[in-house]
Design a protein around this ligand. Sequence first.
Ligand SMILES: CC(C)(COP(=O)(O)OP(=O)(O)OC[C@H]1O[C@@H](n2cnc3c(N)ncnc32)[C@H](O)[C@@H]1OP(=O)(O)O)[C@@H](O)C(=O)NCCC(=O)NCCS
Length: 178
Amino acid sequence: MGLILKKKLKYKIGKNPVIREPTIIYPDNIIGDNFQTGHFVVIRQNNKIGNNVSIGIHSDVAFNVIIEDNVRIHSKCFIPEFSIIKKNAWLGPNVVFTNDKYPGSREGKSNLKGPIIGEYAKIGANSTILPRVKIGKYALIGAGTVVVKDVPDYAIVVGNPGKIVGDIRDLKKFDILD
Ligand SMILES: CC(C)(COP(=O)(O)OP(=O)(O)OC[C@H]1O[C@@H](n2cnc3c(N)ncnc32)[C@H](O)[C@@H]1OP(=O)(O)O)[C@@H](O)C(=O)NCCC(=O)NCCS
């Protein structure tokens, strides 16, 4: 028997998309202009994706995710449901977000909530961000960090568990790009 759709699905991709094969985009997504995906990207349903967003090879976006304008997501990232990535944030390769603190528990399943990544924050390669964590604007998460609690604006955080080791405004070699 075929699939019976009970509600009207919203589906929109803006101007000038570059969708590299084989990308799979489920119905019920609202996506802005200049959207780009690398090969083998999967985007499930009911996401809101802004303008000028790019999502790299083998990345996996679940559902009920908000990705704002100018966000760049590198290769092999995992963005589970109820995650929010604010404008101009940047994710390095193999970044993993989580949304269920106690996997397999009924409590966890009914309270899924991913991280909130602040504007212009940068997440280094192979980092893991625990559920509900808020990463402040312009924060810089070092490679391989496990972020277990909220990160203030501009903080540099490294290690497992992630600890604040500095402030990017003191990092002379780092220009804050607008
Ligand atoms: C966090 C980061 C910005 C720090 O850069 P920095 O301020 O120049 O720091 P330094 O290289 O001078 O290292 C300072 C100290 O932090 C440690 N450190 C640096 N990066 C670290 C990291 N990611 N995790 C744990 N420790 C780290 C160094 O070992 C050093 O320790 P020590 O003082 O005991 O010797 C950088 O190392 C980093 O991880 N950048 C992200 C890279 C990335 O993922 N890019 C993605 C694009 S592919």
